[in-house]
Design a protein around this ligand. Structure first.
Ligand code: NAP
Length: 310
């Protein structure tokens, strides 16, 4: 309780590791609290082919492990722990971590957003084996195959449109008749010759866990309860993300869906508290943009500590 850290970073995805690397190289000895999904969303993907510097691609978990090693080399400390409460009322800020309190002069929130999943055991077992929440990351692996996309919002439309580059056919499965997606995105999807729709249907099961690959889905019509099977090689979830901001409720401004509001990219309303990556970015949500904003947050921490003379 006596020590006050220079900087604590909450979250260990791309944004958190990059913030750790930069603040470590500035001799600030950052403490990274890894959170409930260490490594963030990248640790759930397979081959990452759009992170510059890896012409052959790199596996998500390996990329994340490299980032961590790089930050540790310069003195970043990591703790596998989750923040359960935060007091940002006055500096130094206090975080409740397990049974302990951690005090810090600055805070970088990089706690990310978690993809929303259906929650079916078969879906969970096949993540990374044909079940994905990121078309940009994994679409390429299903070239020439039939793909399904779940959801009725803009994310689902966007994913489906993107996946038409690879798939022979993309089927959007939505649980209602009405769509949440914007008119323009919905129309674009409806007009696309490779996209078809199944409405009023929910996924009951994903085949085939025993083969460790997706071969099809069992669907149920919500109006009459009838079930049927369809063939597919991949299932992409486009049912939204949930930003991991619960512990900051009432202390930091958020939009209606819980994303942290920032100005000049990474500034929250509390001086000394910065947010980066998916926790404040619902638009780009890429590994490289998260890393970039992690760097920005770290540079702002350095400036802030200089200004306040710490
Ligand atoms: P969203 O608008 O909340 O849509 C989520 C969709 O998933 C809804 O259709 C919802 O169905 C469905 N859904 C949620 N939980 C489900 C479940 N358990 N089982 C089956 N279906 C489920 O989320 P989003 O599409 O990610 O968009 C979030 C925000 O980002 C929106 O403001 C959107 O406009 C924006 N966005 C914009 C763009 C763009 O402009 N290019 C791209 C992506 C996202 P119900 O409709 O029945 O609730």
């Amino acid at each position: 309780m006596d020590t006050v850290r220079n900087v604590v970073i909450v979250g260990s995805g791309c944004a958190g590791h990059t913030a750790a690397l930069y603040t470590a190289r500035a001799n600030l000895t950052p403490l990274v609290l890894e959170g409930h999904e260490p490594g963030g969303q990248l640790s759930l993907t397979t081959l990452v082919e759009n992170f510059p510097g890896f012409p052959e691609g790199i596996h998500g978990p390996e990329l994340i492990a490299n980032m961590r090693r790089q930050a540790e080399r310069f003195g970043a400390e990591y703790k596998l722990a989750q923040v359960t409460a935060a007091d940002l009322g006055s500096a130094p800020f206090t975080l409740r971590v397990g049974g302990e309190s951690v005090r810090t002069r600055t805070l970088i929130i990089a706690s990310g957003a978690s993809a929303r999943w259906l929650g079916l055991p078969s879906e969970q077992a096949l993540i990374g084996h044909g079940v994905s929440s990121c078309a940009t990351c994994d679409g390429f692996f299903f070239s020439g195959r039939k793909i399904v996309v779940i959801g009725g919002g803009d994310s689902a439309m966007e994913e489906a449109l993107f996946l038409t580059r690879f798939a022979t056919q993309v089927t959007i499965i939505h649980r209602r008749e009405q769509f949440r997606a914007s008119k323009i995105m919905l129309e674009r999807a409806q007009k696309h010759q490779k996209i078809d729709f199944v409405t009023n249907a929910v996924v009951e099961d994903v085949y085939d866990v025993s083969k460790k690959e997706v071969t099809g889905l069992k669907l149920r019509d919500v109006r009459n309860g009838k079930s049927w099977d369809i063939a597919a090689s991949a299932m992409f979830l486009g049912i939204g993300h949930i930003p991991n901001t619960k512990i900051f409720e009432g202390q930091l401004e958020m939009d209606q869906d819980g994303y942290l509001k920032t100005s000049s990219y990474v500034f929250t309303q509390v001086p000394g508290v910065y947010a980066c990556g998916d926790v404040q970015d619902r638009r780009y949500r890429q590994a490289i943009t998260a890393a970039g904003s992690g760097c920005m947050a770290a540079l702002e921490v350095e400036k802030y500590l200089e200004q306040v003379g710490l």
